[in-house]
Design a protein. Structure first.
Length: 134
């Protein structure tokens, strides 16, 4: 058996529970919602789940607009993702940031309490608390 995880370089990964993946599929996200959500999820930071670029700069709405090449689509998709409890728009010392729900995607197994509090009223947190995540 060969270890395919050892490519000689540091490989980052994010955690997605199988039960969450099924729930995400059931949401039938639009193509734009899915693209933006994955874009933000790939940038989550340990503990805070705030989306940042590899250089540490927060991902802004302008970055998302550039990525998607459409302002109207971006606004509509971000609103929908927030309404579904998948992301939150938060304000901190870096300005306006996007935080991904850690009960959907996360890095590592530790999350800041303030991050948990942001998503406490979502169905994703309820799935976590009831032990439905697997």
């Amino acid at each position: 058996v060969e270890d395919i995880t050892d490519s000689g370089k540091s490989n980052e990964f994010i955690k997605l529970y199988t039960s969450v993946a099924i729930e995400l599929a059931n949401l039938k996200l639009s193509g734009s919602e899915n693209a933006i959500f994955l874009y933000l999820a790939c940038g989550v930071r340990f503990y805070s789940n705030i989306s940042k670029h590899p250089n540490g700069r927060v991902i802004t709405i302008d970055d998302i607009r550039e990525f998607m090449d459409s302002d109207r689509t971006v606004r509509r998709a971000l609103t929908s993702l927030k309404d579904k409890g998948l992301i939150a728009e938060v304000h901190n010392q870096d300005g306006v940031c996007y935080m991904v729900n850690p009960f959907v995607y996360s890095k590592g197994n530790k999350i800041e309490k303030t991050t948990i509090d942001v998503f406490k009223n979502t169905k994703w947190y309820q799935m976590f608390k009831s032990g439905e995540l697997n």
